[in-house]
Design a protein. Structure first.
Length: 242
């Protein structure tokens, strides 16, 4: 585990490629070049990468947490852990030091996005993470990228007037105006659901090597081949609803 509070001699570790943070993959390199992110200043670079992962990689469920960034990009969707991997890879690709902070969250915040048998199969505490980026001499927590704006807007419309809210992939004290936009400060959308803190790690690889992921055995097979498709259809239905 890495408790580095400044980049210093640890900067190379916080910019390194790993099997999951595979930013040297041709697809990630092509994306960085096509978007011109390396031409931006650091604040704009972080914001551009953050907005891409937040809104162009839609909220949804991949085959597992331990996917390389290139696969998340190919999927075009993800949840906290997989979108976080892609965000970290792209940040490192544009020279921004970042690290992984692992948690668990109460599964209640997923109710609505996950329904029926899928919700029953989910563990009571679900592995969760956010990305910490080193900016302006301090660590900034980035979690608000999990839900794309189209999905979040539908929830805000459906539950208009709600303040503190837990469900549908959200746990926030203010559903109408959660801090999800990059402005050089912390962003959050599920923070209020956290029930255990594992601390910080140099990479998602290091975290999963120590703590594993959410499902194994038959439950994982069922999730990969059946349940996640139900979940993604449900999320898509919410996103498209009036």
């Amino acid at each position: 585990m890495n408790n580095t509070t400044q980049t210093g001699t640890g900067q190379s570790r916080l910019l390194a490629a790993t099997p999951l943070l595979d930013y040297q993959h041709p697809d990630l390199q092509a994306l960085v070049a096509a978007r011109g992110w390396l031409k931006l200043d650091e604040y704009q670079r972080i914001g551009a990468v953050y907005d891409f992962v937040r809104n162009e990689i839609t909220f949804g469920y991949n085959t597992g947490d331990e996917l390389p960034a290139s696969q998340v990009l190919a999927d075009g969707l993800g949840q906290c852990n997989t979108k976080g991997t892609l965000l970290m890879a792209l940040l490192r690709a544009v020279g921004v030091p970042c690290r992984f902070h692992g948690f668990t969250i109460d599964k209640a915040l997923q109710k609505g996005a996950i329904t029926g048998v899928a919700y029953l199969l989910a563990p009571a505490s679900i592995i969760h993470s956010w990305v910490e980026v080193y900016f302006n001499g301090r660590w900034v927590n980035l979690e608000g990228f999990i839900l794309d704006n189209a999905y979040l807007s539908r929830l805000q419309q459906r539950f208009a007037g709600a303040t503190s809210f837990c469900g549908y992939g959200v746990a926030t004290p203010d559903l109408a105006c959660p801090p999800v936009t990059w402005a050089g400060e912390d962003t959050y959308i599920q923070k209020e659901g956290i029930n255990h803190d594992f601390g910080v790690f140099d990479s998602p690889d290091a975290f999963y090597a120590r703590h594993g992921s959410n499902l194994s055995g038959f439950k994982r097979w069922l999730y990969v081949h059946v349940v996640r498709h139900w979940m993604n259809r449900n999320v898509a239905k919410i996103r498209k609803s009036a």
